[in-house]
Design a protein around this ligand. Structure first.
Ligand SMILES: [Zn+2]
Length: 133
């Protein structure tokens, strides 16, 4: 057994005290003669409050920022895809399927004169709007 992984009651008490004083984890390790990882692991198991340093919170922010970018990158290609679709104004633009799925498409049948949809879908659309109002 390595000496620096040994914890006794005195060390645990010291760890708790030093932790609550807000000493850096590496400093606590130095005082107690254990590794930084050992201090962090022990503190975690003891349920001591998480340490927040300006560096770690900054890291967190950049991580969540990255996450947001990933989501945006997923959404934008779809929007571009839909905008880039060559679309004739004389075809029904009733959406079919789930916009998030690849099989999403528009109806594409010839429109009912004066309406944006084919006869079947304009009936659907106008029935729905009557029911909602
Ligand atoms: Zn249609």
């Amino acid at each position: 057994m390595k000496i620096n992984s040994t914890w006794d009651d005195l060390k645990l008490k010291q760890l708790e005290d030093l932790w609550k004083k807000g000493l850096p984890i590496s400093k606590i390790g130095e005082i107690l003669g254990v590794s930084r990882n050992s201090v962090a692991g022990k503190a975690h198991r003891m349920g001591l409050p998480k340490r927040t340093s300006p560096i770690s919170s900054e890291k967190k922010e950049s991580l969540s920022g990255k996450k947001n970018n990933e989501i945006t990158n997923k959404i934008i290609p779809l929007k571009i895809k839909l905008r880039g679709v060559e679309w004739s104004r004389i075809k029904c633009c009733w959406p079919e399927g789930d916009p998030k799925q690849n099989d999403f498409k528009f109806c594409g049948k010839e429109i009912f004169p004066g309406r944006p949809y084919c006869d079947k879908h304009s009936l659907l659309a106008y029935t729905n709007s009557r029911e909602n109002s």
